[in-house]
Design a protein around this ligand. Structure first.
Ligand code: SAM
Length: 297
């Protein structure tokens, strides 16, 4: 059932988009003193090696985070991109290894003593890694890691006692059901806690469910009169092409999006210049680009 391992994809263009949006959103929410509940429904292993076998086999980080770091290292950067690169780089400082932090480590990095972090993961191997990786960190008592279905677990946690929460919903979509489960989870979450900040990652691939997902999330938010933001990053075309030998080349993931319900009001302004730099740097062909769209009004 679980063939997806995030270790193959850590640091790819989808992680760049997702983690930049996550950091910018969480930083904004953390400006208020009141404690925040961070929930990561699909945590993965937490920490990855970009110089290890998984990342080297896929080569995805090479065309993602590592390319940004190589090419943009010395340039003046948009603040959200600058923050993303400097936070990720901190994890490798003083190590011979090239480390990439997943969303659990990024959220932990931003935590204050008044905040709490709840992490969920179902893969039998990745949950062990996630638990072991999180156990090394300070403030372990503020973090709870569970081998549970993240969609189901969300229901028990909302509304949070502090009435402030950021939820990252980042499924692998290896099960077709995941698209419908995201919609149901967000619909339920908005009923329980309409003012939470919800971040949903989704792939932009030629499949009807994937295309419909952002539309359906926007409709859900509109129905309860909550604002939304949709940011997409495209690095290449989704067309299946032929190589020099005439063999069909599967394109891999061409693009992805982050749909944020109740985004910080600063988010669109932060993402536009950052994604302009990212999409220019990670473009694999002329189909590359980005978009930041917000709810009307
Ligand atoms: N959020 C992580 C990050 O940004 O570093 C990456 C998560 S990865 C895209 C998705 C993870 O969800 C996989 O590790 C997979 O095993 C796990 N998973 C799949 N279905 C799940 C479910 N129903 N509940 C919790 N975890 C699940």
């Amino acid at each position: 059932m679980f063939s997806y391992r995030h270790a193959f994809h850590a640091g790819n263009h989808a992680d760049v988009l997702k983690h930049m949006v996550l950091l910018a959103s969480a930083r904004h929410l953390a400006q208020k003193e009141t404690g925040l509940l961070y929930i990561d429904t699909h945590g993965g292993a937490g920490l990855y090696r970009l110089d290890g076998d998984f990342a080297r086999t896929s080569g995805e980080a090479e065309e993602g985070f590592l390319q940004l770091r190589r090419q943009l290292g010395e340039q003046a950067l948009a603040p959200a991109l600058d923050d993303y690169l400097s936070v990720i780089n901190q994890f490798s400082q003083g190590h011979a290894r090239q480390i990439y932090p997943g969303s659990p480590f990024l959220l932990h990095h931003l935590m204050r003593p008044q905040d709490r972090l709840r992490l969920f993961e179902l893969h039998p191997t990745d949950i062990k890694s996630l638990k072991a990786n999180m156990a090394q960190l300070d403030g372990a008592s503020l973090v709870n890691v569970a081998h549970e279905d993240g969609f189901e677990a969300l229901k028990k946690l909302l509304p949070p006692p502090s009435r402030r929460a950021l939820v990252l919903c980042d499924p692998s979509y290896e099960l077709k059901d995941d698209y419908q489960r995201v919609i149901e989870a967000m619909e339920d979450a908005l009923k329980r806690f309409a003012t939470g900040t919800y971040l949903v990652w989704y792939p932009l691939i030629p499949r009807a469910q994937a295309h419909d997902l952002p539309k359906r999330l926007k409709t859900l938010a509109d129905r309860v009169k909550r604002p939304w933001l949709n940011a997409t990053l495209t690095v290449k075309s989704s067309k299946v092409l032929r190589d020099d030998k005439g063999e069909l080349q599967r394109p891999g993931l061409p693009a992805s999006g982050m749909l944020v319900i109740n985004p910080p009001y600063t988010l669109a302004g932060l993402l536009e210049p950052a994604l302009a730099q990212v999409s220019q740097c990670l473009a694999q062909n002329r189909h590359a680009g980005f978009a930041v769209e917000t709810s009307p009004g």
